[in-house]
Design a binder for this molecule. Structure first.
Ligand code: DUC
Ligand code: ZN
Ligand code: ZN
Length: 466
């Protein structure tokens, strides 16, 4: 089996920063030793990667993606092949995507469909959450089986999107009760979709059809209210709760209050809420449609609240909710009616760099960068320490990251299969130099060396924060 040594880098994990060499045997990290030590110098390796001046970090874990998601009358434009390749270009080596239960069908049917899309096509390892769109007795039993087998140990329920993914409070409570028994993690899209649909109807009737009204009708209060309700339902059920894509300061405050009460409530935000604001939705010539996602972008002042939440650990994870739709032909479906714009933003390739920029800006520490982007999502979704850290026994999913590099995010240079960048023209400091996925170099100094089919499906443990 071939051995690789990564020398002279600063190894950064959520816990430590060490000047250390890393030894990989086959697909696995087998040892770390101080750079220049007799132990490190005694290592024989077939390949040596010189990481002088660079960080050596665990590969990113993006726990919220939607490759090929059928949504809004179309489908997300990244396939598992293009999306996982783009993820690797950006230093992410694991994704957890969402298999969707077909309405009236089983969770099994949803997972089978997602396995069929992903198998043999992924450049990096991948796992699945399950979107539960129809809570029935047989579905609750399936939750037990899937959690026991590790095929899917987390289940997303929607308080938004009536008629599509929506579950009422009773159904959500039932799923949470089941999760309290079987140790699964319930993830909630927390927006009051019933109330939002009333506001959508009223806005359209009043002729307010531009993308910017997407941000107006999806009111902050209706996110905060839904988070509050989800917390109370979870409390009644005695289950943990993970709130996805938190965008509003008041919604975060509900999570912080719950955590202060000692409840097992967790929160995720996404780069779009940390770096973009609601003004984007008002860009002329329908360009605002590029920024239509749900939860929506918020006024700028929310960003400081979210950064604070990341520092205080009231938010634990930054995922992307990567759900790309091309401007031409897809976002355009909503010309004249903002409610028909497919919801979602691209970002799987940009997350590690944007968060590193936050390190340079002094918003978070280097270790916190690795924690929110690698270690915490791995722990949250039962993948640690196989993923999310660098330790003997961990998968050799590693990124050599050059903090002195810089580049400009742009659709002209990105690898996501989408015709625009949400961060077009944004200059970021730092850059991915080399990426290894289970010991294989998939990217080196701008050269793609990976292949579709290298990525394997990951069975997962239950949430490791419980
Ligand atoms: N939000 C999005 O923006 N896209 C996909 C689904 C979701 O909840
Ligand atoms: Zn959602
Ligand atoms: Zn999502």
């Amino acid at each position: 089996m071939s051995r690789t040594r990564i020398s002279n880098g600063l190894v950064v994990t959520a816990a430590d920063e060490l000047r250390a060499d890393v030894l990989i045997d086959g697909q696995t990290v087998v040892a770390l030793a101080a750079t220049g030590s007799a132990v490190a110098d005694s290592w024989q390796a077939d390949t040596v990667i010189d990481a002088t001046g660079c960080y050596v970090i665990p590969g990113g874990v993006d726990a919220h993606t939607h490759m090929e998601l059928p949504f809004g009358g179309t489908a997300a434009s990244d396939t598992f092949e293009t999306g996982t390749r783009a993820a690797a270009w950006g230093g992410t080596t694991t994704i957890v995507d969402f298999a969707v239960q077909p309405r009236g069908g089983s969770l099994r049917a949803g997972l089978d469909a997602w396995h069929a899309k992903a198998e043999g096509n992924c450049a990096i390892d991948y796992g699945f959450h399950t979107i539960v769109s129809d809570v029935t007795e047989p579905v609750l039993k399936e939750m037990d089986q899937l959690t026991d087998s590790g095929e899917s140990t987390s289940f997303k329920l929607f308080m938004a999107y009536p008629g599509v993914f929506y579950s009422d409070d009773g159904r959500i409570l039932r799923a949470m009760q089941r999760a309290a028994d079987n140790r699964a993690l319930v993830m909630v899209h927390a927006e009051n979709g019933i109330a939002i649909d009333v506001l959508v109807e009223q806005a359209l009737a009043a002729g307010r059809s531009d993308p910017r009204y997407h941000g107006e009708v999806r009111r902050e209060l209706l996110e905060a209210e839904a988070v509050h309700r989800a917390v109370k339902l979870a409390q009644v059920a005695g289950s943990p709760l993970y709130v996805v894509h938190v965008s509003a300061g008041s919604a975060l405050a509900e999570i912080a209050t719950a955590r202060d009460q000692g409840l097992p409530v967790f929160g995720e935000t996404c780069p779009q809420y940390l770096f973009l604001d609601v003004d984007k939705l008002a860009e002329p010539d329908f360009e605002g449609a590029k920024y239509v996602c749900s939860t929506p972008l918020r006024p700028r002042e929310h960003q400081a609240e979210l950064w604070k939440g990341l520092r205080t650990d009231d938010l634990q994870v930054v995922s992307t909710d990567h759900c790309p739709f091309c401007f031409v032909g897809q976002k355009e479906l909503g010309r004249g009616d903002f409610s028909k714009i497919p919801n979602g933003l691209p970002g799987v390739e940009d997350r590690m760099d944007l968060l590193h920029q936050a390190v340079l800006d002094g918003r978070i520490s280097r270790r916190r960068w690795v924690e929110i982007a690698c270690a915490a999502p791995a722990r949250m979704f039962g993948l640690y320490p196989r993923k999310g850290t660098i330790a003997p026994g961990s998968d050799a999913d590693l990124v050599v990251y050059d903090p002195a590099a810089a580049h400009t995010l742009s659709a002209a240079t990105h690898h996501m299969n989408v015709d625009y960048s949400a961060y077009e023209g944004t200059r970021v400091g730092g850059g991915v130099r080399t990426v290894l996925s289970r010991g294989a170099v998939v990217l080196d100094r701008g050269r793609w060396l990976g292949r579709a089919g290298h990525g394997r499906f990951l069975r997962r443990d239950t949430c490791q924060y419980l």
